[in-house]
Write a protein that binds this ligand. Structure first.
Ligand SMILES: *Cc1c(COP(=O)(O)O)cnc(C)c1O
Length: 467
């Protein structure tokens, strides 16, 4: 056992670990060339609450909830115990032809929580997948297949938003519009029609977020006027385009998009994989627009950050179109681990925490405190904007504040910020030059203060140019 008192020994242990890791592991979303020197790999031996404990004996504040999945802290005892209980009963069973309590009960609980519009038939069916991208694939295939089942052959197209992100598998990647991820694979991908993002960052001088959103909605109306009849679905991330740099928009867009989809018989897929489960201030982001989608895709926070699981919720009418004597009409999509009981048990316990504790109410206070602590950063000459939606706060770094001129890519502003933060015990993983806070909901005030202080330093480190 490592002696925590001896920093030299701890560092040597961490170095040996890094060597061993890099000999065999290919890490996600990483230019592996940057390891081990440019990017310090952080070996973690334990997690507790918002803290990750490194094998170097240091603690790291997980300000990004480990890619937005963690809600109630690492190694949350309630969720850990629920998984252990379930593992002792039934770890997994094929979900085709079989049923289990966690899968059934989770579906009931999710449907009861789902966004609802008074005049619209509610979401009544749940299909499970193993991760967010797979959930998006399910929704895309179901939307297309639904029209086929109804005898409609011509609806083969999708509409997606500029700067959107829906995952990395080829179908999901097709719907995304982030060149860094998409461009190289473009020859392999579906070609949705991309419409302007309602992103408030793009507001014209004096325009305001709502007018900006409605202007984007008019562009959607124009596209639907031309190809509405050939389109099966519109896919979007409600309120925050997370991977696209935590860009935020006014809910008016969602209301108008919902109306336009109805007008043209186009299905609406709400990808709440990142924004669901309280991230934006409400349980689901769609609630802030008062809309109900035809497909609701959930993952990430669904299991509190413990296990991969996705759920796709849809309406009875869509489900019914798949019912027939032929297998051709059926949704013959499956993943080996569909509806895994351990993951479902983790998700049920996560929802139980929402029921037992005033999570959203507490988050309102935490979000207000985040705003307060970030406010002074807005005055920094290299900060173009500090924006926030609920428990997501983003800081847009620029080379020049008034013109919003971006940093040259060679400056590696985001990387410098990352390195500074890690060196000071905070995990900030910028999206390009956008720093953001998306902490586990259990973050406390001293940690928030540390986060603000280190962020300030990270901004200075990002903009500092070595001669
Ligand atoms: C992360 C994410 C996905 C993909 O989920 P994975 O589990 O990483 O495949 C899809 N959509 C949105 C909005 C996401 O943020």
């Amino acid at each position: 056992m490592l002696s925590e008192a001896d920093p030299a020994e701890a560092n040597a242990h961490a170095d040996a670990w890094r060597k061993r890791d890099l000999a065999v592991l290919w890490h996600p979303c990483t230019q592996m060339r940057e390891h081990p020197d440019t990017l310090p790999l952080v070996p973690v031996r334990r997690g507790r609450g918002v803290w990750l404990e490194g094998v170097d004996g240091r603690n790291y504040l997980d300000a990004v909830s480990s890619w937005w999945v963690n809600l109630f802290g690492h190694a949350n005892p309630r969720i850990a115990a629920a998984i252990a209980r379930q593992a002792g009963e039934l770890e997994h069973v094929i979900l085709a032809g079989f049923s289990h309590e966690p899968g059934m009960a989770l579906a009931e609980e999710l449907l009861a929580l789902a966004p609802r519009e008074a005049d619209r038939p509610p979401l009544t069916k749940v299909f499970y997948a193993d991760n967010g991208s797979a959930g998006v694939e399910v929704a895309l295939k179901m939307a297309f297949h639904h029209f086929r089942n109804r005898g409609v052959e011509g609806r083969t197209r999708f509409i997606a938003l500029h700067n959107g992100y829906h995952g990395e598998t080829l179908g999901a990647l097709s719907m995304g519009d982030i060149p860094l991820y998409r461009k190289i694979y473009a020859p392999l991908l579906l070609q949705p029609t991309f419409v302007p993002s309602p992103d408030a960052w793009d507001a014209l001088p004096g325009e305001g977020a709502e007018a900006c959103a409605l202007r984007a909605a008019e562009a959607l109306a124009d596209v639907l006027a031309v190809q509405g009849g050939e389109t099966c679905a519109l896919i979007l991330e409600p309120l925050v385009q997370c991977a696209g740099g935590m860009r935020m928009y006014h809910p008016a867009y969602l209301r108008r998009a919902r109306e336009l989809c109805d007008e043209h018989g186009v299905l609406l897929i709400a990808d709440e994989i990142a924004v669901g489960f309280g991230r934006t201030g409400t349980m689901f982001a769609c609630e802030q627009a008062g809309i109900q989608p035809d497909f609701l895709c959930l993952s990430k926070g669904l299991t509190g950050g413990f296990l991969p699981l996705a759920a796709v919720l849809t309406r009875e009418e869509i489900y019914e179109s798949f019912l027939d004597d032929s297998r051709e009409r059926a949704f013959l999509h499956s993943h080996s681990y569909t509806g895994n009981p351990l993951a479902c048990a983790a998700a049920r316990e996560t929802l139980a925490i929402f029921r037992d504790e005033p999570v959203l109410e507490r988050n309102r206070a935490t979000a207000a405190r985040m705003a307060e602590l970030a406010a002074p950063l807005a005055g920094h000459p290299n900060v173009a904007e500090v924006r926030q939606t609920g428990m997501i706060l983003a800081i847009e770094l620029v080379a020049e504040r008034t013109s919003r001129k971006a940093f040259a890519p060679e400056q590696r502003a985001g990387l410098r910020a990352y390195r500074h933060a890690i060196a000071h015990g905070v995990v900030l993983r910028p999206l390009g030059d956008v720093l953001y806070w998306m902490p586990p909901y259990c973050i406390e005030d001293d940690a928030l203060q540390q986060l603000a202080t280190v962020t300030r330093g990270a901004i200075d480190a990002a903009v500092h140019v070595e001669s």
